[in-house]
Design a protein around this ligand. Structure first.
Ligand code: EPU
Length: 416
């Protein structure tokens, strides 16, 4: 199994281009199921999750032509509305096929995703929303089976803010009869990017980016071309890596407006940050200051950046409290960071991090995508070698991470 070997202690310096956003690309690829003409998606990140989503679509009869950072998907000859367990278990985002399939095909069988390394992650709100639009839904042998001759618009209040839930229901509502109002909808930039793609395909959507999205159903959607927004979590991860190593890094093609919460916290840590139209330059020469934070749905601080900030706080001056409010078990990185010498206690859903002067390299194990990113950051500052096992998690969400960090001066290599 491949590992990452990192010899820490180098201040990152240079320029890195931000890749397309995984969590925007996945729903946008699924949206191709709604259209009777090809959807061309550009600025696609080269990631295992993107390849898995395309494989899933191909199994349903979608014709895919893929290039380095693009794919053209033609769902006009859809053959099978089925998302099997073997694919769903490797990527929970496969659930994003449920809404589009039910809406366009009148039927879907999608495996229920199981539990996950960061929490229970139920999909009850996806199911309730489709049922409110008139779908008949049964759970049989681990599969969600949804049928609906034609979905009907409905007013749907989601009592928890859910990103993929909002996306699934927004896609389904595009082909429903009449108007749908999604209340307490997720305001994440990836939801907005999906809405823009759907609008380009002919959907009538208003209010995306607010907590009430209204969708006026249309009979059919056509083809379109859409460039995926840049990845704000990848961008944030590079910024934190630069801050932790006391470096000087410029991001290009950066999603500047969706990085506000992260940039504010990095400034609080002592970094100077210059923001351009699509560039962000970060410089931090002294030891970072500890920064406390609490994760929340957008525009709050993103849960997908929590682990990286725990790594930063591990070497900061002072004590920080980091509270996770979205997922109930998202502190798996803490015990691995302790192996590098971090001083972290957990009380309920809060990690209390007492910054230390230095971390020391050790063998550690990645447990999920963002936990892996925090271990990379810690490895970049630790003295000696850090060897990270199970990096397939990292390859799900970060494109060629080792070569892009090497280009910034990091001593990092993939070893088997
Ligand atoms: N929830 C429910 N019922 C539902 C749906 C969600 O109770 O039907 C709960 C979840 O258990 C969780 C909370 O609502 O406690 C929020 O979960 P959400 O549904 O928003 O998460 P998600 O849509 O499954 C997406 C991202 C995650 C990111 C979260 C939160 C994608 C493909 N995934 O997941 O990204 O952490 O939103 O922002 O968009 C990652 O990229 O590493 C990642 C995990």
């Amino acid at each position: 199994m491949q590992k990452l070997s990192i010899h820490g202690g180098v201040a990152l310096a240079g320029e890195v281009r931000v890749a397309g956003a995984k969590n925007a690309a996945l729903p946008i690829l699924a949206a191709s199921l709604l259209a009777s003409a090809p959807l061309r998606v550009t600025n696609l990140p080269q990631l295992n999750d993107v390849r898995t989503m395309i494989r899933l679509l191909e199994r349903m009869g979608v014709k895919a032509e893929t290039g380095a950072h693009e794919a053209t998907l033609d769902a006009s000859g859809l053959t099978e509305a089925f998302a099997p367990y073997d694919l769903v278990k490797t990527m929970r985002a496969s659930i994003l096929a449920l809404g589009p399939l039910t809406a366009r095909h009148g039927e879907a069988r999608v495996s229920l995703p199981g539990g996950c390394a960061i929490g229970e992650r139920p999909v009850d709100l996806h199911i309730k929303g489709l049922a409110a639009m008139g779908a008949t839904i049964t759970i049989e042998a681990g599969y969600i089976h949804a049928t609906a001759p034609r979905l009907k618009g409905a007013r749907i209040f989601m009592d928890t803010v859910t990103v993929t839930g909002t996306e699934n229901l927004m896609m389904a509502a595009c082909l429903a009869e009449g108007e749908t109002a999604l209340e307490n909808a997720a305001r994440e930039p990836e939801v907005v990017d999906l809405a823009r793609c759907l609008i380009a395909m002919g959907a009538r959507i208003h209010g995306h980016g607010t907590d009430v999205i209204s969708i006026e159903g249309v009979k059919s959607l056509g083809g379109a071309e859409h460039s995926v927004m840049p990845d704000r979590i990848e961008a944030g991860t590079f910024l934190v890596a630069a801050a932790a190593t006391r470096g000087n890094v410029t991001l290009t093609a950066a999603p500047v407006s969706s990085l506000e919460a992260v940039i504010d916290k990095l400034r609080e840590a002592g970094a100077s940050i210059a923001v351009g139209d699509d560039t962000v330059r970060i410089t931090l020469r002294q030891r970072p200051r500890a920064v406390s934070l609490r994760t929340a749905p957008h525009p709050g601080f993103p849960t997908d950046m929590q682990a990286q900030f725990i790594a930063l706080n591990a070497v900061a001056d002072g004590t920080a409290h980091v509270t996770e409010t979205i997922f109930e078990n998202r502190f798996m990185h803490v015990q691995e960071l302790r192996r590098l010498g971090a001083r972290i206690d957990i009380e309920g859903n809060t990690a209390i991090i007492a910054g230390v002067e230095r971390l020391t390299g050790a063998a550690v194990m990645a447990t999920d995508l963002r936990a892996s990113a925090s271990l990379v950051i810690a490895g970049l500052v630790a003295q000696g070698e850090t060897l990270i096992d199970r990096i397939y998690h990292l390859d799900r969400g970060y494109e060629r991470i080792e070569s892009r960090l090497s280009a910034l001066g990091a001593r990092i290599a993939r070893v088997s």
